[in-house]
Every structure is written in C-alpha cells, then in structure tokens.
Design a protein around this ligand. Structure first.
Ligand code: NAD
Length: 344
C-alpha cells in the first residue's frame, strides 16, 4: 500500500486533489496535514473526520513549519504533494508576514524532510503558481518565461519554487515543480474572484470589478488541474524529475468577460457591475503555454470554460451553508493604486 502525504489538503485545490486520489486509488493510504487556517476546512475532506482512523485516510491538524511533525510524516510516505500555502494575492498586499513564513520557510521544512528520506521518497511534487511569471512578455508563457513576481504572494511562491529547484540541483531530491494557472471550481474561498462574483449574484449585490476589468487570466477547472498533478506524480522519473510543468487551459479571459459570463448564466443583466480601483502590482495577462504538459505527460484539460463554470455555479447555489461562514472575509481593505482605501 503506497502512502501519499498531502500538505494543505483541506484547502480548495488540496482537497480537490485529496478527494480525487482517495476515490481513484483504493489501494493508497492518503495522509493529509493541514493547519486549518481561515482557508482550510475539515468539511472539504473526502470522509468525515471522525472516520479518519480508516486505514486509507488520516488527517493531521498540524503546521508545515513544525519540522519534527513533517519529519515524522514524510518518514512514513512514499510520495509527497505540497499544496500548503497562504494563497491570496490581495491579502499579501496588506500583511505578507505569514506568506513568507508558510510559503517559503514551510516549503524549506518540507523539502528538508524529503531530502532526509530521499532514498525512500519516490516523488515530491511542489505546487508553485503561474504568478511567479508576472505579466506575460510573450503571447503565451512557457516554463522558460522570466520570473518577475509582482506581489508579495508571488515573490514568496517564487522563493519556494526556486528553493525546491535548488534542492534537486544540490541534493538530488526527486522533485517536480508544477505551476498551475488560475483554478476555479467548487469549494474555493469567497475571497477569490469567481466565488465572489457568483455569491454576489446570489445575494443580489453589485459585482466589483478591479480597474477596467481588462486584466486577464488563464483559468483551469480545479479537477482538471488535479488530474494533471496525478499524471505528473505517476510519470516515469526520467521524464519529470527536476522539471517544471505549467498546468493551464492555454486560453485567457478578462475579469470583465468572466463577470459578464456569470451574470448571463445566472440570468442577471450586466448593469450590476461596478468598477473599483485596480489592485496594486496587478498582472495584466496570463496565458499558459501547455505544450510541455501535452508532449511529456500526454495531458490536455478536458473541462471547457462554460461546463466548468456551470458546475461551479451549481455548487455554490446548493451549498450556501458552506460559504455563508466566509462572508466576512469576502472584502479585503487595501490602499489602491489611486491612494484611496478600498475594499477589494
Ligand atoms: P487555499 O488557500 O484554498 O488552501 C491552502 C491550504 O493550506 C488551507 O487548507 C490551509 O489551511 C493550508 N495551510 C496554510 N498554511 C499552512 C501551514 N503553515 N501548514 C499547513 N497547512 C497550511 O489555497 P488553494 O487555492 O487550494 O492553493 C493550493 C496551492 O496551489 C497553493 O500552494 C497555491 O499557491 C497554489 N496555487 C493556487 C492557485 C489558485 O488559483 N487557487 C493557482 C496556482 C497555484
């Protein structure tokens, strides 16, 4: 029985991945470690917490900064997938201390444990982000695009990304770095743009669009991202270890067009949009080049934008109890580019 250790497995993408692995591999033991920050919840796990003594699944309420805990958990694992991070760009604008603690130093602790047990660990997948690239300098961004992080979140993730690379180069850890582009889907925190727009429509509020809404991102349905991570986790070592892989859809769409798609799909007209100041350090456009993922792994995302959005809208319509608790965290006060204090 293989043991897969998943850090941050109670968050949005981590829990999507945890459920995917739990359902797909009945002969794997899944171990989740999560500090349950405001972004994590045991409700996201594949089975109720009181059944965790199940042979196939266990949950550890713990912090990746805890070296002893990580040493113990990694020592019993065959594969490690590291999602745990502070993940919200806007929040990193007004207080970034926790971002550097968790995203950089937490990754160092996890990587140290992997290094110690590198003869036994088959694969260490580090979840980085496309935010490390900054604004696209070419039509689409391949893995060799310059790293120009534009926010404290992106800078912290960039530090972690290069830290993992250096551990592969120096100590030969069996690492792969995955750079997902923007994910969307069920169970994403209301602070993120798509759940915020969907719940604004449900609550009959105006949808707040940053700047003119022309900044654009490449969105991938979270389940597709998790299938790609699974494929990378199981690919032959000689194809992936020491490599970086983008995971995205290969298409970008503007925030304004997303707001319009959501209002149209939820039968509301566009006069409910309001524009607020742009986010400082805004990245203007992200489009993934996923040629390497297709060529080396043979993976192409299967959920198209509208199908993924429909599933996401349905989920929020049917799970108000889950998201109501997050209402107070939907708006984040920052000093915008204009110098004014604004809720983003
Ligand atoms: P999330 O904020 O929903 O979840 C993060 C999880 O990590 C939470 O469960 C939280 O409790 C846990 N966590 C935070 N600090 C921890 C610590 N010190 N120790 C243990 N657990 C801790 O984030 P997400 O959107 O699911 O993102 C997961 C990963 O994917 C992150 O590394 C993020 O940078 C990366 N990523 C996210 C996106 C996206 O669009 N959401 C895109 C690219 C990359």
């Amino acid at each position: 029985m293989k043991t897969v250790l998943i850090t941050g497995g109670a968050g949005f993408i981590g829990s999507t991945f945890t459920r995917h692995m739990f359902n797909k591999y009945p002969d794997y033991r899944i171990v989740v470690v999560d500090a349950l920050t405001y972004a994590g919840s045991v409700e996201n796990l594949p089975i109720p917490i009181w059944q965790q003594e199940n042979d196939r699944f266990s949950f550890w309420y713990g912090n990746v900064i805890n070296g002893e805990l990580m040493d113990t958990l990694v020592s019993k694992a065959d594969m490690v997938v590291h999602f745990a991070a502070e993940s919200h760009v806007t929040r990193s604008i007004y207080d970034n201390s926790q971002f550097f603690q968790t995203d950089v130093l937490g990754t160092q602790i996890v990587a140290n444990a992997v290094c110690k047990y590198r003869d036994q660990i088959e694969r260490f997948v580090h979840i980085s982000t496309s935010e490390v690239y900054g604004t696209a300098l070419s039509d689409s961004m391949g893995e060799e695009h310059q790293l120009n992080p534009m926010s404290p979140y992106a800078a912290a993730k960039c530090g972690a990304d290069r830290l993992v690379y250096s551990y592969w180069a120096t100590y030969g850890i069996p690492s792969v770095i995955v750079r997902p582009f923007n994910n969307f889907g069920p169970r994403q925190h209301l602070e993120k743009v798509i759940p915020r727009f969907i719940t604004s429509v449900l609550l009959k509020e105006k949808l707040r669009v940053h700047g003119d809404g022309q900044s654009a991102r490449d969105f991938i349905f979270a389940e597709d991202n998790c299938e790609a991570i699974d494929a990378i986790l199981h690919a032959p070592a000689e194809k992936v270890v020491g490599e970086v892989f983008n995971v995205g859809s290969g298409e970008h769409r503007s925030i304004l067009s997303i707001a319009k798609d959501i209002t149209e799909m939820m039968c509301r007209n566009n006069d409910c949009l309001i524009h607020v100041g742009d986010r400082p350090g805004q990245v203007m456009r992200h489009t993934a080049n996923i040629d390497k993922l297709k060529r080396v792994i043979g993976f192409t995302p299967k959920t198209d934008w509208h199908a993924g959005l429909e599933k996401t809208i349905d989920w929020y319509m049917n799970n108000e109890e889950w998201w109501r608790k997050q209402m107070w965290m939907r708006e984040i006060p920052i000093i915008a580019v204009s110098g004014k204090r604004e809720l983003h």
